[in-house]
Design a protein around this ligand. Structure first.
Ligand SMILES: Cc1cc2nc3c(=O)[nH]c(=O)nc-3n(C[C@H](O)[C@H](O)[C@H](O)COP(=O)(O)O)c2cc1C
Length: 357
């Protein structure tokens, strides 16, 4: 298929990043972005949590906050798409500007603050999709957040689980966005135990024939104590997996002023090394017992492969697409398949955690 991004990309860069994103969503919704199938890569087929992924490369949360373009994104070749974060009630998020590019660094900085249309609009779209025989193949996750003004945070996640457990292939409890005051404190041992317990109870109360896996998404900016607490609580709570990681509040040396002084979470290339390190640590701390999704700075097959060797069963990306366009998905898949072949791995699962052996 023809890659239009070399033409469209520079045009999009003439708009401020949030306007460019809005135009991209519009184009995807209107079917202007052609589907791309890619090659047949049997080595990329992955079974995780009893779910069949055609390939392990997913779209990270935050691109499709309102579940408007999941099918369009699956048709670009992603094995899975994570929509959200969605909060129970609609909310506007932080004032603009709240999304910034650092082009030379291949980075993005955001402080969106969970702007979204709320749970009902999100769920209605997933219901329409469920009933649409023409929906795209592939898996769809729902990433749950909390409203800014909710005092008892766990309530919001419970509301999200109840509504979306019957509609999503997996659920994510996101307690790691840096742009909602107090959110990341939920990663502490006691609040986390309470939150995950209540979210898992809410899922059980749905009495579904098959429970969607419930994952916890964590920050890359954690102390050693935080990390071992999270691993312990994750294992004892019965949560099904972890996503490592969200954006970072750190500012690597190469991020220039005035951007480095902007509040928010940094993603893209500068996040690759720190998030992969945390991924590796979490794999070690959980003894490889919990499937992990690696996110943070993936922009090539080699990056995806490094996350898998560090312990990820699946990977996700978002920021690299801002710079590389949607053709990146197929490139990452092809490069990953070639790297697995080079190293004698018949399938992704055989390479998971290879760096620990
Ligand atoms: C603009 C933007 C918005 C995001 N919004 C969310 C969100 O709503 N929920 C969430 O869990 N992660 C969100 N993320 C984080 C991404 O899902 C991902 O964890 C992070 O960006 C690292 O991956 P990347 O380097 O490939 O972008 C957002 C990231 C960006 C760049």
């Amino acid at each position: 298929m023809i890659d239009l991004f070399p033409i469209v990309g520079p045009l999009l860069f003439r708009f401020d990043p949030e306007t460019a994103h809005g135009l991209t969503i519009k184009a995807l919704k209107s079917g202007l972005v052609p589907a791309q199938r890619g090659g047949d890569e049997p080595s990329l087929r992955s079974r995780v949590w009893g779910l069949d992924f055609a390939n392990p490369v997913g779209l990270a949360a935050g691109f499709d906050k309102n579940a408007e373009v999941v099918d369009a994104m699956l048709r670009l070749g992603f094995g899975f798409v994570e929509a959200g974060s969605v909060t129970p009630r609609p909310q506007p998020g932080n004032p603009r500007p709240r999304l910034f590019r650092a082009i030379e660094q291949g980075a993005v900085l955001n402080r969106m603050g969970f702007n979204n249309e709320g749970l009902e609009a999100f769920a209605a779209r997933l219901e329409r999709r469920r009933d649409d025989p023409a929906r795209a193949a592939g898996l769809v996750g729902a990433n749950l957040g909390k409203n800014k003004d909710t005092a008892d945070a766990a309530d919001d996640y419970v509301i999200g689980v109840r509504r979306l457990a019957p509609l999503a292939d997996y659920l994510v409890v996101n307690v790691s966005s840096p742009n909602t005051p107090g959110l990341r404190a939920l990663q502490g041992r006691e609040p986390l135990r309470d939150l995950l317990g209540r979210a898992l109870d809410a899922r059980a109360a749905c009495k579904l024939t098959r429970d969607p896996p419930l994952l916890l998404k964590i920050a890359p900016d954690l102390t050693d104590e935080d990390k071992s607490d999270i691993a312990a609580v994750a294992l004892e709570s019965g949560v099904d997996g972890l996503i490592v990681s969200n954006t970072t509040i750190a500012r690597p040396a190469d991020i220039p002023e005035p951007l480095r002084s902007e509040a928010g979470g940094l993603s893209g290339r500068p996040l690759f090394a720190p998030s992969t390190l945390v991924l590796k640590e979490m794999y070690g701390l959980t003894g490889g017992k919990l499937p992990l999704i690696g996110a943070g700075g993936v922009a090539s097959g080699a990056d995806a492969y490094a996350k898998i060797r560090a312990g990820a069963s699946l990977v996700q990306f978002y920021s690299a697409m801002v710079y590389g366009g949607p053709a990146l998905v197929l490139r990452i898949r092809a490069e990953l398949a070639a790297l697995l072949r080079r190293d004698g791995f018949a399938r992704v699962a055989d390479a998971v955690g290879a760096d620990h052996r």
